[in-house]
Design a protein around this ligand. Structure first.
Ligand SMILES: Cc1ncc(COP(=O)(O)O)c(C=O)c1O
Length: 426
């Protein structure tokens, strides 16, 4: 199987040559029911978009000229390093970079990713067989689900969940078992329990640390146990490592691939969206088990032609030359975390400072927690306080009672947000 299989026009030559009889044109067309678009059942399995109400109201307020402080999405607002932007400019001036690129990413970019894994985690990867570039890690993750899952297959996912961890599996026609993510030991016990008691046993385990939305983190031993369980019960592992580069107070998020034997059982997704402030560029990677990487490459070979080559070249420069900027960006998020956590604590909220990631996961305080749903509380903050946050219920029922607040606004705006929340809650 080629890792860049693609269809071209010659494949049409294989179509059966049907010699259909001529149809007599009817003199009057029969009257039919109104034309209806019928979606595939996989689309009907998706729930209404949970953040739609918040986003609608945010949009209306901004149109009306209100200055809303947006702590909803984890969409970085700081720019990439200037050398990366300059490289994109230079590379996009080269006519040779405007054609289709390779769907699995150019070799030098994959080599650079292997270099970073070795420098940062001591992990050796073969850039030709164990790394593939994706159009952002979300695209790679969802297509990996399509490569691995089908009807009757089950994935274990963290709960509360980042939506694509649930719906990537659902769209691939699989089923999910959602396991409480807050306590890593309990999570692992639940993985073992699910494998012992479910028939057929789950096919895939999806993990995500530092976790979005809850900011839960783990130590390296966690992944040693994940590999042991994967070998014992025969499930594959997908680690979403989106917040690999955003950590505070000296904590270093461990890579799944650094656990002995990890490459036998799974892959890890990383991204340039967060630490490198390149979210709109759509640069992500999948690394690890060669067969799983090849499976993803096969799907991608049919679906896409790879990233714009100038972006891939600029991404090489980002990985090679801007590590110091990535650390600086973490320090910026750490400062914002302190402002927001301290401010909310002054208002009497129970909130733990996260060790990594781009979010504060805060319990809705009483009396509001008992008086209204988390969605209604988030709407109140938006409509009366001009502060947008994500209600925890958007990440599954386990998120009810919590809010996710992102650290994308600057310290001044975060102080202002706390003042506005205080005023709105009286
Ligand atoms: C846990 C997690 N995984 C994946 C992504 C998507 O990252 P990318 O921009 O690489 O698609 C995000 C973005 O918010 C995320 O929080």
């Amino acid at each position: 199987m080629s890792d860049t299989a693609s269809l071209d026009d010659s494949s049409l030559d294989d179509s059966p040559n049907i010699d259909a009889p001529a149809i007599d044109a009817p003199t009057t067309d029969p009257v039919r029911a109104p034309f209806e678009v019928k979606f595939a059942s996989r689309v009907d399995r998706l729930p209404p978009y949970m953040f739609g109400r918040i986003n609608n109201s945010l949009y209306q307020k901004r149109r009306a000229g209100d200055d809303v402080i947006d702590l909803g999405m984890g969409n970085p607002s700081d720019p990439p390093d200037p050398v990366v932007i300059q490289k994109l400019h230079d590379a996009s001036s080269d006519p040779g970079n405007h054609g289709y690129s390779k769907s699995n990413g150019i070799a030098n970019l994959r080599r650079e990713v292997a270099g970073k894994y070795y420098r940062k985690y001591g992990v050796r990867l073969d850039p030709d067989h164990e790394i593939i570039s994706c159009l952002g890690s979300k695209e790679g993750f969802s297509h990996m689900c399509l490569a691995l899952m089908g009807p009757g297959d089950t994935a274990m996912i963290p709960s509360p969940y980042f939506p694509v961890h649930m719906y990537g599996v659902i769209l691939a026609s699989g089923n999910v078992v959602a396991l409480d993510v807050a306590d890593p030991d309990k999570f692992l016990r639940n993985v073992a329990y699910t494998c012992e008691n479910m028939m057929p046993s789950p096919k895939v385990l999806i993990v995500n640390y530092p976790h979005n939305p809850s900011s839960a983190v783990i130590e390296p031993d966690f992944f040693v146990e994940v590999v042991r369980l994967a070998k014992k019960y025969g499930f594959m592992v997908i680690h979403d490592f989106a917040y690999a580069d955003v950590a505070f107070d000296g904590y270093v998020p461990p890579s799944f691939l650094a656990a002995p034997g990890a490459k036998d059982v799974g892959v890890e997704f990383t991204t340039m969206s967060k630490g490198y402030n390149m979210a709109g560029w759509r640069v992500g990677f999948c690394a690890g088990n060669a067969d799983m990487v090849r499976g993803l490459g096969t799907i991608k070979g049919y679906y896409d032609y790879g990233m714009f080559q100038a972006i891939q070249i600029a991404a090489i420069v980002a990985l090679r030359e801007t590590e110091a900027n990535v650390e600086k960006q973490s320090a910026i998020y750490q400062g914002r975390r302190d402002v927001l956590v301290n401010g909310l604590r002054r208002l009497g909220w129970k909130v733990e400072p996260p060790k990594a990631g781009m979010f504060v996961w805060a319990e809705v305080p009483e009396p509001w927690r008992s008086a209204m749903s988390t969605m209604d509380f988030a709407m109140k903050l938006l409509e009366e306080g001009n502060v947008a946050v994500s209600p925890g219920s958007g990440f599954g029922t386990a998120g009810e009672g919590y809010l996710r607040m992102s650290l994308v606004e600057n310290e001044h705006r975060l102080r202002q947000a706390v003042r506005q929340i205080s005023k709105c809650l009286g």
